[in-house]
Design a protein around this ligand. Structure first.
Ligand SMILES: O=C(O)CCC(=O)C(=O)O
Length: 285
């Protein structure tokens, strides 16, 4: 069995077996064009800041790349201010992918845009499991069964432009003891991190996506991603959903299968949302 399918039953089976799956051609060329324009708008907005910048749950991660200078690595929760991104976060096509596994009452924890501009050096993500970021743990009940991370490909997603690399079956291994030091976005994707955990790097699989494909994976699925050595960007739009009744955090995305709009922000990850809600720089570069 291969972990990329057009058929709904197959992708659910693939997800259970491998800890991830790909649904091909979910979004068409017009959708991808509209999302691509949103990525350009938000990137320009992020670069207008002199460093990483936060306003409530919205966060612009701006970094200094040794080759390209200032780059945007990711933006969290753009849907509070961008109507197009807000529409796609509650698109019924995403719901139809996650519904067989999570149902129709869903909150959202991740709403995130990632860029890997061509030639950038500082765009790797070290191997990790997303379970590490679901904090505080007391806010989540059975997160491995209740949460899915999804990614919409905006560009062709290949090894050369920094594809995600996944370890099939690793969702069955529980939470592994990855090094806790530093941010995964500052770590290179290194086989040594896997070998130290007794995992065989020859099992790794590069995720291959066309624009408009959707990949999704489990919180325990080991993954990372490498540098972009190509001439093409590598953009993905990530939305992570959780069964609403298992989670004390997050913004509603679907209630009874109906899309929910965002209102005043609620607690997701930013612990100081209520005590420091005003716009501020997190670092300056
Ligand atoms: O965009 C990427 O390559 C990294 C994605 C990832 O590892 C994550 O969101 O957990």
């Amino acid at each position: 069995m291969r972990p990329d399918f057009n058929d709904s039953d197959d992708y659910i089976a693939a997800y259970h077996e491998f800890g991830y799956a790909v649904v091909k051609g979910v979004f068409g060329p017009d959708d991808v064009r509209e999302l691509g324009q949103a990525f350009d708008r938000v990137q320009a907005q992020a670069l207008s800041h002199r460093g990483s910048f936060r306003h409530q749950n919205t966060f612009f991660q701006v970094a200094q790349d040794p080759v390209l200078g200032r780059i945007v690595r990711y933006v969290q929760w753009p849907s509070y201010f961008d109507e197009v991104l807000a529409r796609f976060r509650t698109d019924r096509r995403l719901l139809s992918i996650v519904e067989p596994l999570l149902g129709t009452d869903l909150k959202q924890i991740i709403n995130q845009m990632h860029w890997k501009p061509p030639g950038a050096e500082m765009v790797e993500f070290g191997y990790h499991q997303d379970i590490r970021f679901r904090r505080p743990r007391t806010a989540y009940r059975a997160p491995e069964q209740s949460y899915l991370q999804t990614a919409i490909a905006i560009d062709p997603h290949r090894r050369e432009n920094g594809a995600m690399t996944l370890y099939p079956g690793s969702h069955k291994l529980g939470e592994l003891s990855f090094p806790e030091t530093g941010r995964i976005m500052d770590r290179a994707k290194s086989d040594a991190d896997l070998i130290a955990l007794g995992l065989d790097p020859s099992n790794l699989v590069d995720l291959v996506l066309e624009p408009g494909d959707v990949a999704f994976w489990n919180l325990n699925t080991v993954h990372g991603s490498g540098p972009n050595t190509s001439r093409m960007d590598r953009r993905v739009y990530l939305n992570g959903y959780v069964k609403a009744d298992t989670c004390a955090r997050g913004e509603w995305a679907f209630r009874g299968g109906e899309p929910c709009s965002l209102g005043a922000p609620v607690l997701v990850h930013y612990e100081d949302l209520h005590t420091r809600p005003y716009p501020h720089y997190v670092d300056e570069i």
